[in-house]
Design a protein around this ligand. Structure first.
Ligand code: FRU
Length: 507
């Protein structure tokens, strides 16, 4: 065979086939699995031009069964290519959540630039939880579980002991070591290692800090700098219950990490929530992102009703990927979240509205079509005090998803009580609130609408509310409303979005 006759696959170009994302309950530009059940993002690492997304996956049913690590890659965080399952359950148990790193210095001795995954083996009969590792020498395409697993055995006194997040720590002496953050009960335990195989306990954080209503899960640990260059360490922690919207949610701590353990810069009772919606859980950040951004993604669901959400071929999706920033506030540094800039490639048609009045108790129809929308509205409230102001999305005579603000209460909200299908699960059809102080009376609502979700980024990402919604296909209108007093719409940009591209390949 001459070179020209060779197929693409022979030349190293694997075939990529389109994956259908049709169906009523399927996201169009959020990541969802090809089939089966999805929960937490796992193993987020950037390597040689690819963002790797592993995830909690049960391919054979629409429920959380024996967990695998599903796998997909993306060059731009928007369009994804599905790859074969990376890790299968084995005699040590199901493959629960964890992380991945590139072992740049071959500290483990697995080989040049090994991708190393750290995960929890959850035994399906004993419920024992131990920590294990696996490695890949071919860009995550094939995996070898470490024969000496587990690398951390059962720890007495902790029944919930899982979700290792591994990061590299650069020491002041020029050396460095690996750090593992592990959720254990209502605390985070830290371990250190020179080689990803031998781990020593090095400290713990918890003991009364933050919200401890639910069990702690899926920690993440990373440094961030504010615009002035000041550095703080951030610890993200999933809480299985008791989040502001009910059920599971993510809290975060801001403080310091000395290579061994974390200390909070805030009083013990301070609780900081990453998102105030019902559907943002198990947040994890990518390691080794080349431009230095701290990009996170979350499971867009909730353990309260996630098993019951309407589904046909797949159940579960991820949130939009977001870039985190750290900003100083009077009471300390806080996180802000912005949708990644790469999402702009989905904008297909733009419409802008100039300055106009939203009449008191009236509405202003925003011309739009389609169910995939991005809306960026600025509303001036300095001289006006309506009871509620905002945008009604997926609107018809009987339905709406309302996002907006109540100036008197200084409260941002997302109301999905009349959004469509709400009766399937406990606590779904409700209004979610978040505290928000306006600067200079200006409200900015930046909203992303997909078939089954609405994500609200208010005032440049100071507060976010992420919610699943299941509206009827025919509810399509977009209207601005101001109840109890007129106010000024300073500007509005509406973009119709196109679906992201989802492909499948075998390698
Ligand atoms: C969080 C979680 C993790 C666990 C995984 C199992 O959503 O409960 O603690 O590893 O899901 O699928």
């Amino acid at each position: 065979m001459t070179l020209t006759e060779k197929s693409g696959a022979d030349l190293g170009q694997p075939r990529r086939d389109p994956v259908s994302i049709a169906g009523p309950y399927r996201a169009r530009y959020h990541f969802s699995p090809e089939r089966g059940w999805l929960n937490d993002p796992n193993g987020l690492v950037y390597y040689r031009g690819e963002f790797h997304l592993f995830y909690q996956f049960f391919p054979d049913g629409l429920y959380q069964g024996p967990m695998h690590w599903g796998h997909a890659v993306s060059e731009d965080l928007v369009n994804w290519t599905h790859l074969p399952v990376a890790l299968y359950p084995d005699e040590l148990g199901y493959i629960y959540s964890g992380s991945a790193v590139i072992d740049w210095n071959n500290t483990a001795g697995f080989g040049h630039e090994a991708m190393v995954a750290a995960f929890t083996h959850h035994h399906h009969e004993s419920a024992d939880e131990v920590q294990s590792i696996a490695y890949s020498l071919d860009r995550g395409r094939s995996w070898t579980k470490y024969p000496g697993n587990p690398v951390i055995p059962v720890r007495e006194g902790y029944r919930d002991f899982r979700d290792p997040k591994v990061v590299w720590y650069d020491r002041d002496d020029g050396g460095g070591h690996w750090v593992m953050a592990l959720a254990a009960g209502t605390s985070v335990l830290f371990y250190t290692s020179p080689n990803l195989v031998d781990w020593e306990p090095s400290g713990s954080f918890g003991a009364g800090y933050g919200s401890a209503v639910g069990v702690w899960e899926t920690p993440d640990l990373f440094p961030l700098r504010d615009a002035a260059g000041e550095r703080r360490w951030v610890l993200l922690v999933g809480v299985g219950a008791g989040a502001p919207a009910g059920g599971s949610g993510v809290q975060y701590f801001v403080g310091d990490f000395d290579g061994q353990t974390f200390t909070s810069a805030n009083p013990i009772e301070t609780i900081l929530w990453l998102d105030y919606g019902g559907d943002n859980y198990a947040t994890q950040s990518w390691s080794d992102v080349p431009d230095g951004r701290r990009v996170v993604i979350s499971w867009m669901s909730n353990w309260l009703y996630g098993r019951e959400i309407p589904a046909t071929s797949t159940r579960g999706a991820m949130t939009l990927p977001r870039a985190l920033e750290l900003t100083p506030r009077p009471d300390g540094h806080r996180l802000i979240q912005r949708p990644v800039a790469e999402l702009r490639q989905l904008r297909r048609r733009a419409r802008s509205h100039d300055r106009t009045i939203i009449p008191a108790d009236g509405t202003l129809t925003v011309e739009s079509s389609g169910r995939l929308l991005e809306i960026d509205a600025r509303i001036a409230l300095r001289h006006a005090t309506p009871d509620r102001v905002g945008i009604a999305l997926r609107y018809d005579a009987d339905h709406a998803v309302r996002v907006g603000y109540m100036p008197e209460q200084r409260s941002l909200f997302l109301d999905r009580s009349a959004s469509g299908e709400v009766g399937f699960g406990e606590g779904f059809g409700v209004v979610h609130h978040a505290p928000l102080e306006l600067d200079d009376g200006m409200l900015r609502l930046h909203v992303f609408v997909d078939h089954v979700s609405v994500e609200l980024f208010a005032n440049d990402g100071r507060v976010t509310i992420s919610d699943l919604v299941f509206p009827p296909e025919s509810a399509l209108r977009v209207e601005l409303f101001a109840e109890g007093g007129e106010c000024v719409l300073e500007s509005l940009d509406l973009y119709e979005l196109e679906p992201a591209t989802f492909l499948r390949t075998t390698r």
